[in-house]
Every structure is written in structure tokens, then in C-alpha cells.
Design a protein around this ligand. Structure first.
Ligand code: HEC
Ligand code: HEC
Ligand code: HEC
Length: 340
């Protein structure tokens, strides 16, 4: 097996994630008796390669990668084969290591994973006599969206944290996204769940209600995590960046490149690699306090769907300070020997 390249943060997340999973786990393992999830947990694959150091399977494991209990609902056999053979080919930069599976082990792993699914209750949920937002909430759970996402202090950071999604995305756009994520962003890691139209409407309505009301819970979680992060402003800032999901529009670690149709000049949202060079702390705070509406490329076409939210009004001063420290860590280091 290849040596795992675990950063300090990863280890903290693994250790802390496991601790949290155990602490919150009050359903006992008997719920998972005789299920494909438990079979996988006991298999040669998990025993040998320790997938649970990053993934939750049944009720066990870490939160660095997606929870795998419903993996068979969202990924097909061919995709899983490609992913397990070489994760970097599918998602460059992923923390998931390439394992040297034998061909038999690869088939075995894919065999287990495709069986790990549940009977979705989409139709029953949609038929319920409850408000549409509640249906969305139930569907969110049914599809196990928290396998990758996070709201408040629950879930993972594989997809953007959805605690504030209602202030950054419109309901109409959520519908477009949920109908077919790869159609909007071909290289996205979010699968197409093939959700029926009514389900998409309910999910979008539910997501739109997420406007930070769970945020105090994340702050508390973050406070406890900071204890493990050793009080490093930059690492705390990375968490602020993830909690407010700047990366949903500015790319992972501010790398940019995400599309904003009809936004001038090139329909691509800016990266944030130079933000701490171009903006002083005060200037950035002032900017984040105003919601800005990007210039359209063609005034006759629909306005660009994404604008930069007025986050400055929601962030606490200390959070903003940490965020700035994180953005500052991107700035190119000034060379020691500069003669001009
Ligand atoms: C060091 C952490 C780590 C280990 C160990 C690890 N993975 Fe992953 N895995 C990830 C991450 C992180 C992702 C999500 C991709 C990303 O965001 O980079 C992922 C994604 C996946 C996915 C796709 C999940 C989805 O919802 O689409 C599967 C399947 C998977 N891993 C299976 C495995 C199996 C099987 C093992 C053990 C043989 C394993 N992983 C070990 C980190 C890990
Ligand atoms: C395998 C991981 C994974 C699962 C499971 C998943 N997503 Fe996502 N999702 C992502 C990723 C990654 C992105 C970021 C898009 C990108 O840049 O590729 C995303 C983006 C989003 C966004 C828009 C980004 C924003 O501003 O927050 C929404 C909304 C969303 N997902 C909702 C859902 C819902 C609802 C479900 C369940 C039906 C779901 N996701 C399941 C990985 C996942
Ligand atoms: C919903 C999408 C979205 C989210 C989320 C978002 N932004 Fe933006 N941001 C934009 C768009 C679009 C622009 C470019 C148009 C403009 O200037 O308003 C932008 C511009 C910026 C700029 C100016 C860039 C430059 O080159 O001058 C900064 C700085 C910035 N955002 C910081 C942030 C930070 C920090 C966060 C997280 C706290 C964040 N943004 C979250 C959409 C977003």
C-alpha cells in the first residue's frame, strides 16, 4: 500500500471527525447488522486499506471523504472502477490515495460499493401532506446530501457548506444545478442524482431557507476544532472560508475558474489568490459588506446568476481577521533579493 500523505489538518480532521462521529452516534450498530455496509466494513478491502480513516461506513469512520453508505445510489460501476483505479485522474488534487489493488480486489471493492444503497422514498415523500420546504428537508436526508455537504455542525466539507446557501444562490438556479450538475460544470464531483422535477423544486425550496440560522452551531464546532488547530489564524481562516463557502464561487482554495454566465468580461468568476495583495483588510471588509452585482456582458441577456454576497455583515470581526490571514497566505512570497 502506498504511504498515506496525511497533512496535519487531515489527521486532526480524522481524529476529531471520528471523535465527533462516536460522540453523536447513539444509534447502535445493530441497525447495520447483515447489511452490505457491514459486510464491506469487515471485508479484506477495508481491513487492509483502512478506508474508514477517511470515510464513514455504517456508523464508523472519519469525515474527510464522503460517507459511503449510499454510494450505490449515486455512482455507477464504471465510475467506481475509474475512481478506485486512480482518483487523481478523476479529481486532480484529491486527498484520496491511489491504492495498489489487485484486479480481484478492485472487482471486489466495486462489487461491495454498488450494493451499498437504499430504497429511495422520493415518491412517498412527495406525496406527503406537508409544506414543500419540509418535503425538501426529507429528500435532503433521503438522498444523503450530508454525505458530502454540511449544514451547521453536521456533515462534511467535500461539497460546499450549505449553512448559507440561501444567501448566495437563488432558488431558480438551485433547480438548474440539481437537475444536472455536470451539465453546468463538467468536471464537478457532484453526481447527477436524476431527481424528478417535483423533488428538485422541493429541495431548492428547502435549500433557499438555509440562510445562516444554523451558523452559531458551526461556530461552536469551529471553536472546538480550533483547539486542535493550535490557534493558528491561517488555519482558522481556512475554516471560515469553507463555512461561508467562498469556494463555491471562487474555486477550491481560491483558485478561480468557475463560470458565471453573462458576467463581463469573460463569464469566469475571479480567483482570490491576489486578494490580500490588492485589498487591505479594511478595503476587503468594506467590499464584503456590500452585495455587488456583476456587469453583464450582454445587457439583453439574463443577468449573471451569481453575485458576491454581503458576507461582511454576517461575519464576526475575529472571523474576518482569520479569513484575511488565510487569504494572505496565498500571496506570492516577496523575493528576498529584489534590486529594483
Ligand atoms: C486519506 C483519506 C482517504 C482514504 C484513506 C480513502 N479515501 Fe475515498 N475519498 C477521499 C476523499 C477526500 C474523497 C472525495 C474526493 C475529494 O473531495 O477529493 C473520496 C471519495 C471516495 C469515493 C467517491 C465518493 C462519492 O460519494 O462519490 C469512493 C467510492 C471512495 N472514496 C472509496 C474509498 C475506498 C473504498 C477506500 C479504501 C480502499 C478509500 N476511499 C480510502 C479520501 C479517502
Ligand atoms: C459526492 C459528493 C456530493 C454529494 C453526495 C452531493 N453533493 Fe452537492 N456538491 C458537491 C460538490 C463537490 C459541489 C461543488 C460544485 C463544484 O464546484 O464542483 C456541490 C455543489 C452543490 C450546490 C451548490 C453550491 C453552493 O453554492 O453551495 C448545491 C446547492 C448542492 N451541491 C446540493 C446538493 C444536494 C441537494 C445533494 C443531495 C441530493 C448534494 N448536493 C449531494 C458534492 C456533492
Ligand atoms: C455566489 C457566488 C460568490 C460567493 C459565494 C463569493 N463570491 Fe466573491 N465574487 C463573486 C463574483 C461574481 C465576483 C465578481 C463580480 C464582482 O466583483 O462583484 C466576486 C468578487 C469578489 C472579490 C473581488 C475580486 C477582485 O479580483 O477584485 C473578492 C475579494 C471576493 N469576491 C471575495 C469573496 C470572499 C472572501 C468570499 C467568501 C467570504 C466570497 N467572495 C464569496 C461571487 C461570489
Amino acid at each position: 500500500m502506498k504511504r498515506l500523505k496525511c497533512s496535519f489538518v487531515t489527521i486532526v480532521f480524522v481524529v476529531f471527525g471520528t471523535a465527533v462521529a462516536t460522540a453523536q452516534d447513539n444509534s447502535d450498530d445493530t441497525d447495520w447488522k447483515n447489511t452490505p455496509q457491514t459486510a464491506f466494513l469487515k471485508s479484506e478491502i477495508v481491513q487492509t486499506y483502512q478506508c474508514t480513516s477517511c470515510h464513514t461506513i455504517a456508523e464508523r469512520g472519519g469525515t474527510v471523504g464522503p460517507r459511503l453508505n449510499q454510494i450505490g445510489n449515486r455512482r455507477r460501476e464504471e465510475w467506481l472502477k475509474r475512481w478506485l483505479s486512480d482518483p487523481q485522474q478523476v479529481k486532480p488534487g484529491t486527498k484520496m490515495p491511489k491504492f495498489d489493488f489487485s484486479p480481484e480486489q478492485l472487482d471486489m471493492a466495486v462489487g461491495y460499493l454498488t450494493k451499498m444503497k437504499k430504497e429511495l422514498e422520493t415518491e412517498q415523500i412527495l406525496a406527503k401532506d406537508v409544506p414543500v420546504v419540509d418535503k425538501g428537508d426529507l429528500l435532503f436526508e433521503d438522498y444523503d446530501c450530508l454525505a458530502c455537504h454540511r449544514i451547521g455542525s453536521t456533515g462534511r466539507f467535500v461539497g460546499p457548506d450549505l449553512t448559507w446557501v440561501g444567501i448566495r444562490k437563488t432558488e431558480a438556479w438551485e433547480q438548474v444545478w440539481l437537475a444536472d450538475p455536470p451539465a453546468f460544470k463538467p468536471d464537478t464531483f457532484m453526481p447527477n442524482f436524476h431527481i424528478p422535477e417535483k423533488g428538485i423544486e422541493a429541495l431548492a425550496a428547502y435549500l433557499h431557507t438555509q440562510q445562516g440560522q444554523e451558523n452559531s452551531e458551526s461556530q461552536e464546532w469551529e471553536f472546538r476544532t480550533n483547539f486542535f488547530l493550535g490557534n493558528d489564524a491561517k488555519e482558522r481562516g481556512e475554516l471560515v472560508f469553507k463555512r461561508f463557502a467562498c469556494w463555491a464561487c471562487h474555486g477550491e482554495a481560491g483558485s478561480g475558474g468557475i463560470r458565471n454566465p453573462n458576467m463581463a468580461p469573460n463569464e469566469i468568476m475571479p480567483g482570490l489568490k491576489k486578494t490580500a495583495v490588492n485589498y487591505t483588510k479594511e478595503e476587503l471588509l468594506a467590499r464584503l459588506k456590500e452585495k455587488t452585482f456583476p456587469e453583464p456582458l450582454d445587457p439583453n441577456k439574463p443577468a449573471p446568476p451569481f453575485s458576491c454576497p454581503d458576507y461582511g455583515n454576517y461575519m464576526e470581526e475575529s472571523e474576518f481577521g482569520d479569513l484575511y490571514a488565510y487569504l494572505k497566505s496565498f500571496a506570492p512570497k516577496r523575493s528576498k533579493w529584489r534590486f529594483n
